[in-house]
Ligand binder design. Sequence first.
Ligand code: UT7
Length: 337
Amino acid sequence: MKRAVIRGTGRAVPSRLVTNADLSEMMDTTDGWIQERTGIKQRYWVQEGEILGASDLGLEASHKALEKAGWKPEDIDLIIFATLSPDIFFPGSGCLLQTKLGLSSIPALDIRQQCTGFLYSLVTADAYIRSGLAGKILVVGAEIHSTGLDKTTRGRDVAVLFGDGAGAVCVEGVETGTDMGVLASVLHADGSGAGALMTELPASRLPNRIPLDLKGEEVARYYPVMNGKSVFKTAVRKLPQVTREVLEKAALDIQDVDMIFPHQANLRINQAYQQYMKIDEGRIFNNIDRYGNTTAASIPIALDEALEQNIVGRNGETILFVAFGAGYTWGAVLYRF
Ligand code: UT7
């Protein structure tokens, strides 16, 4: 049986570092509020006026991942691109990345599952590999949030949370007799939570998708809206649940997991999860203080950092990815090096 094995990882962020103090000059907020409620100290945003799409950041992360994997772009059979902030309305960022890598004709698909996007992509890659449909897959999570945030006081509850970033992972099907690679996975969605965290426009369901003249409050419908408390409470409930599900599937115990990579939405969510699951602080990887919430990019960025710092990656080590986000969507993947 072929197993999905990670061969290389890479990450990229834009050049503009935005601190909480910078945000307090744009809107009525404080470093104290942001750190206390979210754990975020800084994030990266594209420069004012810079033209940079999710596929451009994805390209930089992909080149780094390809180099570490020892792959050339021509080795890739399939591109899976997770984003909620595609470069353009259509076609998908996977197609744009394909051509930027100098490739043609290989399939490329976009996954629109927000904070769980990377996990949906990894599980899709695993399914392609197990079925024999692809052997070498480039999985990318990339977001440019900053160009779509309401940076006035009206949008402060959302704008302070999000950062731009990309992570890329080269996944290869390996014939192995040992228990390695993706061990087990669980994915979920609940569309009844869609309104709790969403961006409404542009919307195909409207008779006139393109507004001719935007006035006052109309603009707000182009920005993400969030019922923060509801999202927070649901995340804190679902993350432990899906963790138990995936552990049960692999017949493992939480104590068998060497390091946990939760999605980086809010440090308090991850601390609540850690306490609930009775995990020592040293076994949970957080970097939200430096990046903010980079949505589909947060887990591959975290994995790349942890591999670079030799925090994980030793043969036989087991790690867990777990995420919850808009949709609602949530999931977990167990992986062994
Ligand atoms: O990626 C997956 C999806 N996202 C999440 O998982 C996020 C989940 N939710 C959260 O992380 C939290 O709900 C937030 C961090 C968004 C908000 O924290 P909270 O403790 O739920 O705060 P709150 O919404 O109850 O707001 C408390 C106060 C309000 O003022 P009043 O009504 O008490 O006077 C807000 O208007 O804080 C105010 N506020 C702010 N103040 C300063 C909201 N945003 C800000 C801000 N700066 N940026």
